[in-house]
Design a protein around this ligand. Structure first.
Ligand code: ZN
Length: 54
């Protein structure tokens, strides 16, 4: 029985989150939108998968 090697296709990395599925975004509060810090959020480009959408 011959074993067939199936090469796994490497998914393209999402350029927005660089394959992490998360992006850091600035958190702003108040009417003046003062920046209070950064928060890690869901990458909307790849929907958190870390793979570039086709
Ligand atoms: Zn992404």
């Amino acid at each position: 029985m011959a074993r067939k090697k199936t090469p796994e296709p490497k998914p393209a990395e999402c350029l927005v989150c660089k394959g992490t599925g998360e992006v850091s975004r600035t958190v702003q509060v108040g009417r003046k939108h003062r920046t209070v810090g950064q928060q890690t959020g869901f990458c909307l480009n790849c929907l958190g998968s870390g793979e570039a959408p086709e």
